[in-house]
Design a protein around this ligand. Structure first.
Ligand code: ADP
Ligand code: MG
Length: 492
């Protein structure tokens, strides 16, 4: 039932307002009682003394017993709103006007009586009610026969009327009803206003909850915005919650999409890998089978040629598996570069030397251009050699005879920049963003060259692990240049 915050707040408010009303009613009732008792006693302050005078209770300095009896009789019959008691000096009750069965006390305490007579006490001053052992009531008292020679007290209890009067006042009085209504109206108004305010405050929370629910129901695929306000305009916590929810939902959707894309890519990769592995395996298998079945029918040259093919295919496979493994390691961030200071020109020289023979066969000029005084760089020498291998290998295989492959090394602020620039056929603009993807090859490679489109993916990953980027600039027909930088080594 109380499932919503609003219902809980509303219930809390109702209880609070009811409690306030109750406390107010009790407080005002007791205050009214106190006030009325005070007024009652004040007005009837001299009642006892006046009774003595009016009724001629004292004659010639002595108490007039018959007059007292007649007064008791009269008041019991005519005016039961007061009770009259004759007390001795110790407070013992000698005689009284009330019904004998109802008087329970034998004496009343003198403390309040003395306080009354001393004029010291503040009203309402409560004295014992002889009709009860606990109850105390306002009273009027006077010494008899006289204040100079007191032999006892005439003690007048101003009956229960005070209380009855208050209750009657509370029930029937116009003012009492009016103030009760005013209080009730105020409380109801407060309640309604509170409910409206709560409604307004919780409405946005409800909207947010609904947006979250819809997002969940959509399986976290459609971010249902709470609001379109920018974060800076958020007015309060609810708005901030909303803005944060919007941002989080956006991120979740993005990340789920990213994950899905990555998943699709991975699936493609697996398909590609199995395809790329199956082709050379099928060739291997075919040639080996032929060799076995037609062992006698084959001439020596044929057999040598088949074996040559088998060997090449197995090399291709070995290389492919090796590269795949290398890329997987680099992607999984398992390979952290073991950085050490080394001389880049020396490494470039070694690699260029290694490719000179192949360049000669292709009739491509392979040169390097080294700035003077190049500093040492801090990098993983084996990995950087791998990058250079891949780039120079690519450049040579995409540059026709008569072309040039240059490898300039330059100093640039705190980095050493390395380029591999060829005068080959270049790369079409549409292919440029894709060449770094694993298995991407712009054109079918010369068959059997053992290339699977992994070289640049590996090279880029290595350069990234060194905190740099591998850039490419190329135009079809104008050659291609790959560029990357390595940090200059600084002695610690
Ligand atoms: N220097 C270059 N000139 C022209 N195209 C290149 C060059 N380097 C790379 N490419 C293109 O990028 C593709 C991906 O290169 P790479 O990842 O090394 O794979 P692979 O060399 O196995 O084909 C190549 O197939 C080729 O189309
Ligand atoms: Mg390559």
């Amino acid at each position: 039932m109380l499932r919503t915050l609003y219902a809980k707040l509303a219930l809390g408010l109702v209880v609070l307002i009811a409690a306030m009303g109750l406390v107010y009613a009790l407080l005002s009732l007791s205050a009214t009682r106190h006030y009325l008792a005070q007024v009652h006693q004040q007005v009837n302050r001299d009642l006892a003394r006046n009774l003595v005078a009016d009724r001629d209770l004292v004659a010639e300095g002595r108490l007039n017993e018959p007059a007292l009896k007649s007064m008791f009789h009269d008041y019991m019959q005519i005016n039961p709103s007061i009770e009259i008691y004759l007390l001795d000096l110790e407070g013992r009750i000698l005689s009284y006007s009330a019904d004998p069965g109802k008087v329970k006390r034998k004496r009343v305490s003198l403390g309040p009586i003395r306080a009354f007579l001393d004029d010291a006490a503040r009203f309402p001053l409560l004295g014992d009610d002889p009709r009860s052992h606990e109850r105390r009531k306002v009273f009027s008292v006077t010494p008899v026969p006289s204040a100079n020679a007191p032999q006892g007290y005439l003690y007048v209890v101003l009956r229960g009327e005070t209380y009855d009067f208050v209750d009657a006042f509370a029930e029937g009085s116009y003012f009492a009803r009016l103030s009760a209504w005013a209080v009730a109206a105020t409380l109801v108004f407060g309640l309604l206003a509170g409910l409206i305010v709560f409604r307004l405050l919780t409405r946005r929370l409800q909207r947010l909850t609904a947006a979250m629910d819809r997002f969940r129901v959509s399986d976290f695929s459609e971010p249902d915005r709470y609001q379109h306000k920018p974060a800076a305009e958020a007015r309060d916590e609810v708005d901030r919650l909303g803005v944060t929810f919007d941002q989080m939902a956006g991120r979740i959707v993005e990340q789920i999409q990213e994950l899905k894309q990555q998943d699709a890519l991975r699936r493609d990769l697996v398909a590609q890998v199995s395809h790329d592995l199956r082709t050379p395996l099928a060739a291997l298998h075919g040639y080996l089978e032929t060799l076995k079945l037609k062992e006698d029918a084959l001439s020596a040259e044929e057999r040598a040629r088949y074996l040559e093919i088998v060997l090449r295919q197995s090399q291709h496979l070995t290389r492919l598996v090796g590269e795949l493994f290398e890329l997987a390691k680099l992607e999984a961030r398992e390979a952290t570069p073991q950085c050490e200071p080394f001389s880049l020109p020396e490494l470039v020289q070694d690699v260029v030397q290694k490719f000179q023979l192949e360049a000669g066969e292709r009739r491509v000029t392979l040169t390097m251009e080294l700035d003077a005084d190049l500093p040492l760089v801090s990098a993983d020498i084996a990995l950087v050699e791998r990058v250079l291998d891949n780039l120079i290998d690519n450049a040579l295989s995409h540059t026709p005879a008569g072309g040039t492959v240059r490898v300039p090394v330059r100093r640039d602020a705190d980095r050493v920049i390395l380029c591999v620039a060829d005068t080959g056929k270049g790369i079409a603009e549409g292919d440029l963003p894709k060449i770094f993807e694993p298995f991407y090859q712009a054109k079918e490679p010369a068959s059997g060259n053992g290339h699977a489109g992994l070289g640049l993916a590996i090279a880029r990953r290595i350069v990234e692990l060194h905190g740099s980027v591998l850039d490419v600039r190329s135009r079809p027909g104008e050659g291609t240049t790959f560029v990357f930088g390595l940090p200059v080594w600084r002695p610690a």
